[in-house]
Design a protein around this ligand. Structure first.
Ligand SMILES: [Zn+2]
Length: 48
């Protein structure tokens, strides 16, 4: 299961599972990268 995402800005996001990772990635995008949105599929594609 993918639980880690490295944002292009250099921040690493960890989730307890895929749902948590997607939620945390969206929260990071909302706070740090307003206007940039990724779907669940795109987030999981970039995750490892
Ligand atoms: Zn970022």
């Amino acid at each position: 299961m993918k639980k880690t995402l490295e944002c292009p800005c250099g921040q690493t996001i960890h989730g307890t599972d895929e749902d948590d990772l997607v939620a945390k990635a969206n929260e990071h995008l909302r706070v740090e990268h307003p206007g940039r949105e990724y779907s669940r599929e795109e987030i999981l594609f970039m995750a490892f």
